[in-house]
Design a binder for this molecule. Sequence first.
Ligand SMILES: [Zn+2]
Ligand SMILES: [Zn+2]
Length: 306
Amino acid sequence: MLRVRFWGCRGSIPCPGVSTVEFGGNTACLEIRADDKLAIVDMGTGIRALGDWLMGNDFKKGPIDADVFVTHTHWDHIMGFPMFTPLFVPTTTLRVRGPVSYYEDDTIESIISTLFSYRYWPVRMNELAAHLEYDTIKETTLDLGSGLWVRTKYLNHPVLCLGYRFEYQGKSIVTAYDTEPFRNLFPTTPTEPGYDEDVAREGVTAAKEANTQIFRFIRHADVLIYDCQYTNKEYNAGKIGWGHSTYEYAAAIAQKAEVKKLVFFHHDPNRTDAQLRALETGYRKRVTAKTGMEIIMAREGDTIEA
Ligand SMILES: [Zn+2]
Ligand SMILES: [Zn+2]
């Protein structure tokens, strides 16, 4: 059985409070289970509670062994790692993989170790008891053993960011956050400064091709976890180029890709429980009723089966 459990669904920054109790205020962390095999996507603040849960459950059966995938190195996706209790247990093994930004000498290990810099945190990386392996990855396909595979795809975000497609016994769970649709970045009307007909045409073609590649990556997913930080109205009022998508876009691309369950994820920190619930109900009425595609607003603690 392939399933995902949400330990943090929020984007940008943790936002605990009375208006975020239902959907949660922790930042991105997913627990993926392929029967007994454990993979973790992102180390947002949600990973703290996951760590405690693993210590109280998995650890009773044996040492904790997990593949950890970082989508990208923005704070909200890595900041919970120092509070992940299995790090302080000598029998723990973690294989940490993720992409890095544009500096050539950057590695995922060097970026994660910044979290344990003494000026920010009292525990140093070399004081962690767990066995940690790091691998800086690009677009690739990895065999995680026991029949679990993962494929990666670059998304559209200000730093390099990977989507992950987990495949197990014919079922799939795909993450596609943080991302926004690719668009042409060059002037397209002759009256704009710097307009060049060929460049404009190439820009439109390149954006279309990049969007097609993401479409192929998510196609026929049983569960698609998609970036939905904004509504179209918010996006068009100054958020273009910030690296996040909209509910409208996610619903449209998921329908076209014949996704079975679409999960709205990476909630804006300002979005209240009441607003998220209303959005979920609205999309179920408009989209699920017509197409049969299930729509779920990600809630901390929820489990979804592929
Ligand atoms: Zn984020
Ligand atoms: Zn980001």
